[in-house]
Design a protein around this ligand. Structure first.
Ligand code: NAG
Ligand code: NAG
Ligand code: NAG
Ligand code: NAG
Ligand code: NAG
Ligand code: NAG
Ligand code: NAG
Length: 358
């Protein structure tokens, strides 16, 4: 009996080695049926391309290492949600809402828009953008389309309940709002702690809207060390650390929000991704330049000069432009959020655990 099961085990393993395992190693099996993405330029795959705004990246040298070239992604290659999609086994990147007219929306849509934020006015200094509230409205449109495709309400809620949702926002509510006192009133209306409270309350309501549209497995990314971005150091000098500390007041509220939603809403599985924690516990690879930028910057804007030649080896710079990490950082960061290398990286769930939960 034992030897029989051993040999069938061996046969299974051989079979596994030659087919499924190799397949899994090269092209991971897709772990969830669908993946929806919300947020700002850290997640935008080209939703701003046809908007009237300065916040665009659909030109060279952006996308210099990306198979499709410049798409509107604010980096040389993959964004953070792109990396997470690959780790989830999606064979293709989730397309932008702006060009998903009806095709493949059941697998997911990316609504993220550069310079957008939790607050509607955030980012208006650069022109048009799709605010988080508008992104949720766009998701409502997708919801009705998918309901039509799947036929019944039950099938629709089952489908949406299996998807992974990633939200990366809040950065611009500081960079392109609170810390632009000439353009926005918020820093006069609210102290740093009051502003964190106001943002947290609005964000909580937005996360509840997402839940009401069937989302259950949601990864909520905190605001990171935005004051360390090269363009922020140019703009604020020694005060840039204060920008990070001020934004941290908001991020610190997210674990509590996530826990409250999980106990309040039946079936909810929200998780907090500790962007700052992952950053401060990741020693930069030897030789990685963490202060300069790979591309040449448009002054006062921090995006790449159109048509400029980027650094020859993008993997040697943490920042591709004045705000956005290069692929090498996104890849390492995505891995941490996905596997939860340290207990503090994600709480309560890693994205991998989220994908495996019922
Ligand atoms: C859309 O779906 C079709 C059929 O399932 C597939 O062949 C194609 O690769 C998908 N495209 C994208 C962008 O996911
Ligand atoms: C830094 O902050 C101080 C005090 O708020 C202010 O006087 C100074 O102008 C700021 N410097 C920069 C570069 O923003
Ligand atoms: C940090 O920034 C906040 C918000 O602008 C401001 O109220 C505070 O005075 C700043 N602190 C320092 C030490 O510059
Ligand atoms: C984020 O991670 C850091 C470093 O591991 C940790 O000190 C901090 O408590 C974490 N923050 C939250 C809100 O979990
Ligand atoms: C990082 O890159 C910038 C811009 O290319 C350069 O000026 C700076 O000297 C570099 N820093 C280090 C530590 O190599
Ligand atoms: C670019 O830099 C990375 C990191 O140091 C290194 O592994 C890689 O070999 C370099 N690529 C080229 C083409 O020099
Ligand atoms: C770009 O991303 C692909 C995966 O989609 C990866 O294989 C490649 O190494 C990346 N290149 C750079 C230079 O980041």
């Amino acid at each position: 009996m034992a030897s029989r099961s051993n040999s069938s085990m061996r046969i299974f393993l051989l079979f596994c080695f030659f087919t499924q395992c190799i397949y899994n190693a090269i092209v991971r099996a897709q772990q969830v049926p669908c993946y929806f993405i919300f947020g700002d330029s850290l997640a935008d795959p080209g939703n701003n391309n046809n908007l009237i705004t300065q916040a665009k990246a659909n030109y060279q040298p952006y996308g210099v290492d990306f198979s499709a070239g410049p798409t509107g992604r604010f980096t040389n290659n993959r964004t953070l949600p792109d990396v997470i999609g690959q780790l989830l086994g999606f064979p293709e990147f989730i397309p932008p809402f702006a060009n998903t007219a009806g095709k493949n929306i059941t697998k997911g849509v990316n609504y993220a828009s550069a310079v957008s934020g939790i607050r509607d006015e955030t980012g208006k200094n650069q022109g048009d953008r799709v605010s988080l509230n508008k992104q949720l409205l766009n998701h409502l449109t997708t919801y009705f389309k998918i309901r039509q495709i799947l036929g019944s309400g039950t099938a629709t809620s089952q489908h949406f309940g299996k998807c992974i949702y990633v939200i990366i926002t809040g950065n611009n509510d500081y960079i392109n709002n609170y810390f632009m006192p000439n353009m926005y009133l918020t820093s006069r209306l609210y102290t740093p702690q009051q502003y964190a409270d106001v943002l947290a309350a609005q964000y909580t309501a937005q996360l509840k809207v997402l839940y009401s549209l069937g989302a259950r497995k949601v990864a909520v990314f905190g605001v990171g060390l935005i004051g360390s971005a090269p363009q922020m150091i140019t703009r604020f000098g020694a005060n840039s650390t204060n920008v990070s500390l001020t934004a941290q007041l908001f991020s610190n509220k997210l674990p509590g929000i996530v826990n409250n939603l999980n106990s309040l809403l039946p079936g909810a599985k929200f998780t907090f991704i500790n962007v700052t924690g992952i950053t401060i516990t990741s020693p930069p690879a030897p030789g990685l330049n963490t202060t300069g930028t790979c591309c040449q910057l448009v002054q006062n804007l921090g995006t790449c000069v159109p048509g400029s030649t980027p650094c020859p080896n993008r993997s040697l710079y943490a920042f591709f432009d004045g705000f956005h990490p290069s692929d090498v950082v996104n890849a390492a960061f995505g891995q941490r959020a996905y596997t939860k290398q340290l207990a503090t990286d994600a709480s309560p769930y890693s994205i991998q655990q989220l994908s495996q939960l019922p």
